[in-house]
Design a protein around this ligand. Structure first.
Ligand SMILES: [Zn+2]
Ligand SMILES: [Zn+2]
Length: 341
């Protein structure tokens, strides 16, 4: 079958013919119909994040149709549309047993430890398959497996409750999903913070109230607008500045969930922000299979619209995919491109 692989770190991906994978016990094979090209894949290509082996097929945002069933799989059928949870876990270790599967002691990620979706077919454990309901597009289902899922996990970690005021820092793929999900969870108001006018306009299109740092200090704008801060702040920009702002904008007993990645620590005013307000700072890592099932339900009920997030489709060709990765690496990509083999 055709695949596009990382063969040498720091070099463009290469088209390679590889053997058709055969599903083993409790595994299924998917005919890939959509594979999202994610910013993480740039990091794997250039080496700022490492893959477990070479060559490897990247791609962790995958949806398609079941094409073959391994021995022991009886709850799924050939031809069924599914999207794939990208974390392959053991199901037996202490973390898995406690429902903390993203910390599984032998966790493997599709497209990083195991061959992923930049190929015609992929084999995964049957329990990684999330059925895609009628009415949910296959490309949307694929991209739901990554940024949308992490945005939802951030809201759940922040214990969002109906009536909460929510501030979202960074309105890329995570932020735009988070706006819709916060509203679906009953947020009274959602404020969107970004320096890019186009992203702020997109956020407004999903019903958020824009906060433009050019109009004055962000924390003061949020405190003035809410009369005392937000109950939930989500940080997706991955900047020490916005992480400080997220904590400083909290109301009494507010929760800041930090999902943006940076190597630089940020400062917290322990007395003014944490002690005085009993506020909380919470880390966010990946997401759970059960959250993906809920997201599919939201999408089917029209609470989550990702169609406008998928901006283009490319064929399973190395040159086309490398060009998209180049654009993402230079932060020139705005929304998602999906490979349609
Ligand atoms: Zn991703
Ligand atoms: Zn485990």
């Amino acid at each position: 079958m055709r695949s596009v692989q990382i063969v040498t770190v720091g070099q463009p991906l290469q088209a390679r013919e590889v053997p058709l994978p055969i599903p083993g016990n409790d595994e299924i094979r998917i005919r890939v119909e959509a594979a999202g090209i994610c910013h993480s894949d740039c990091h794997y290509r250039c080496g700022t994040a490492s893959v477990a082996r070479l060559p490897i097929t990247p791609g962790h945002e995958i949806a398609g149709r079941i094409d073959a069933l391994g021995p022991g799989v009886d709850e799924l059928a050939i031809g069924e549309r599914v999207a794939l949870h990208y974390l392959v876990t053991c199901g037996r270790c202490d973390y898995c047993a406690r429902g903390l599967e993203q910390f599984c002691r032998s966790v493997q990620m599709l497209g990083k430890h195991r061959d992923g979706g930049y190929a015609e077919y992929v084999v995964v454990p049957a329990r990684n398959a999330i059925p895609v309901p009628d009415g949910v597009g296959i490309a949307e289902a694929a991209i739901m497996m990554c940024s949308t899922a992490t945005a939802f996990h951030a809201l759940r970690k922040a214990r969002i409750a109906p009536g909460d005021r929510v501030a979202i820092f960074g309105c890329g793929g995570l932020g735009l999903s988070a706006i819709q999900l916060a509203r679906a969870c009953g947020a009274a108001r959602v404020y969107a913070v970004d320096i890019d006018p186009a992203k702020l306009a997109a956020a407004q299109g999903y019903g958020a109230l824009p906060i433009d740092p050019a109009d004055g200090p962000v924390v003061r704008q949020l405190r003035d607008a809410t009369g005392g801060g937000v109950e939930v702040a989500l940080e997706f920009a991955g900047l020490p500045l916005t992480q400080r702002q997220a904590v400083a904008a909290l109301a009494v007993q507010g929760r800041a969930a930090i999902a943006g990645i940076t190597q630089t620590p940020f400062e917290v005013d322990s007395f003014g922000d944490l002690i005085n307000r009993e506020s909380e700072v919470i880390g966010v890592s990946d997401h759970l299979r059960s959250e993906l099932v809920t997201l599919m339900d939201f999408a089917q009920r029209g609470l989550l619209d990702l169609a406008s997030v998928v901006s283009q489709r490319v064929a399973l060709e190395a040159d086309a995919i490398n060009a998209i990765l180049d654009a993402l690496a230079g932060f020139r990509g705005t929304s998602r491109t999906v490979i349609a083999p």
